[in-house]
Design a protein around this ligand. Structure first.
Ligand code: ADP
Ligand code: MG
Ligand code: ZN
Length: 468
């Protein structure tokens, strides 16, 4: 029997606010444990939460960017459970009335376009972090992360392959970065994904029983875990066995998913509206202002790169899927209209890592020098590496390395004449029609000038001197 996978993702993103969602504590990552805490985020009796407006603004931006309908009124709810990283004994989240619903994200996999529905986006607070000692049988708890604002983006079960799930996840992260509301740092857990997956016989409309793969913080893990889970579930179903509804974890060392807890141990969260927080009512004018001021998003940028700058589809796709590179392209293209967009695109895609660390001015200046023939493209790349390594000014590097090409026609012509005199046989052959020898002559000149001759000029000079 042929099976089809059904996948839905729940993605958590930490919002880039300076302070936490319900108190004034800082959110900086990596501070010494328990230095960014107060009575509110530690859940001291009698303390009261107050919503951070910036967190709400950021969450609304994501809702607008994914075409969600923002609910005029939404409500915070308490999700009750016990765990040592949760000092209040409940997490403030949203349940029945989330911030926004019914959005979507368009993705492309192997050239085919797909629209993935977004069920809801809601706001909640992050929990603390447990640190298990490696030397002693003790665990520590760091509450710095407790109360950091999160949004949870829940998809419809509309993805059918691990590739689609990864594209969707990448697409959402990219939008978060374009909006500048999340740092996107997956290693630090700023973006994390729970993947729900079930199989069903091809042609069947009802969904099968799903497993939930918890807390993955890399695209590679999401893909590998989903691929493993498809194999695991298919083998069970093919053997006539049932899938148990459960939560599983991706074991990175063993390269497999392992059961964490079954349905029986699933929590009853006893959700109820948080009596300490008033419902959120969104001012329609404020929402409109946010909508109007949304930056250009990846999809619009991709289209503009293709239609306004004439970049091939592939270049437009690669550049727009990375905000830093996209901004580098736009910044350079705007300030240096002399540079051909495709040259600029090649330049960026050749060494995206170095490009991410320099300004559009540096790229623009280097490419202008290439265009003028002062340095070659390879020399520009060499200078780029040096700029990144030393932080020095490109002009200083070009001077110090003596990189500027010799574009002095007189000097090159004298050298070229000497070369022709020293190689009468090749010169005669060239004149007799063996034009392939041009490479030989230019090569000789390059050797003599230690690679500093302007190749185009060298070509022209030999053409003239050896011409009929
Ligand atoms: P739960 O109550 O177990 O958290 P939800 O209905 O809230 O389940 O859905 C959570 C996520 O699981 C959503 O992204 C949804 O699209 C996805 N999902 C729901 N049912 C299935 C299924 N049968 N197979 C795969 N994914 C599913
Ligand atoms: Mg869930
Ligand atoms: Zn606090």
């Amino acid at each position: 029997m042929e099976f089809e996978a059904v996948i839905g993702l729940e993605i958590h993103a930490e919002l880039l606010t300076a302070s936490k969602i319900f108190c004034g504590c800082a959110t900086t990552f990596g501070a010494p444990p328990n230095t960014q805490v107060c009575e509110v985020c530690l859940g001291m009796p009698g303390s009261l939460p107050v919503l951070n407006k910036k967190a709400l603004e950021f969450a609304l931006k994501m809702a607008l960017a994914t075409d969600c309908r923002v609910n005029p009124e939404s409500v915070f709810a308490r999700k009750n459970y016990f765990y040592p990283d949760l000092p209040k004994g409940y997490q403030i989240s949203q349940y029945e009335l989330p911030l926004a619903e019914h959005g979507h994200l368009d993705i492309k996999v192997n050239g085919a376009a797909r629209r993935i529905g977004i069920t809801r986006i809601h706001m909640e607070e992050d929990a603390g972090k447990l640190i298990h000692s490696e030397s002693r049988p003790v665990s520590f708890v760091d509450f710095n992360r407790t109360g950091v604002p999160l949004i949870e983006i829940v998809s419809e079960p509309e993805m059918r392959t691990p590739e689609e799930a990864v594209e969707y996840f990448k697409g959402l992260r990219n939008i978060l970065l374009y909006l500048e509301i999340c740092d996107g740092n997956m290693e630090e857990g700023s973006v994390r994904c729970d993947a729900n997956i079930s199989l069903r016989p091809v042609g069947q409309t009802e969904f099968g029983t799903k497993a939930e793969l918890k807390n993955m913080n890399s695209f590679r893990f999401v893909k590998a875990a989903l691929e493993y889970e498809i194999k695991r579930q298919r083998a069970l179903l093919a053997a006539g066995r049932e899938i148990v509804q459960e939560t599983r974890l991706w074991d990175t060392a063993a390269n497999q998913t392992v059961s964490m807890r079954g349905k029986e141990e699933a929590h009853d969260y006893r959700y109820f509206p948080d009596p300490d927080l008033v419902p959120i009512r969104i001012d329609p004018e404020w929402l409109e202002t946010l909508r109007k001021n949304l930056p250009k998003l990846p999809e619009a940028v991709r289209i503009s790169f293709h239609t306004d700058y004439g970049l091939p589809e592939y270049d437009a796709e690669v550049l727009s899927s990375n905000k830093t590179l996209a901004h580098h392209f736009l910044g350079t293209a705007t300030k240096f209209p002399n540079i051909h967009p495709k040259q600029l695109s090649n330049w960026i895609m050749d060494d995206p890592i170095s490009i991410s660390t320099i300004t559009p001015e540096i790229s623009g200046n280097l490419l202008t020098l290439v265009e003028k023939g002062t340095i070659s493209r390879n020399q520009a790349k060499e200078v780029l590496k040096e700029v990144v390594a030393t932080g020095k000014n490109p002009e200083v590097i070009i001077k110090a390395k003596g990189l500027a090409q010799i574009s002095d026609t007189g000097a090159l012509e004298t050298a070229a004449q000497e070369i022709i005199q020293a190689h009468p046989k090749e010169a005669a052959d060239f004149r007799a029609g063996k034009t392939k020898l041009m490479g030989f002559f230019v090569g000789q000149l390059m050797k003599q000038t230690k690679g500093q001759a302007n190749p185009q000029l060298a070509n022209e000079i030999f053409q003239r001197l050896l011409g009929q």
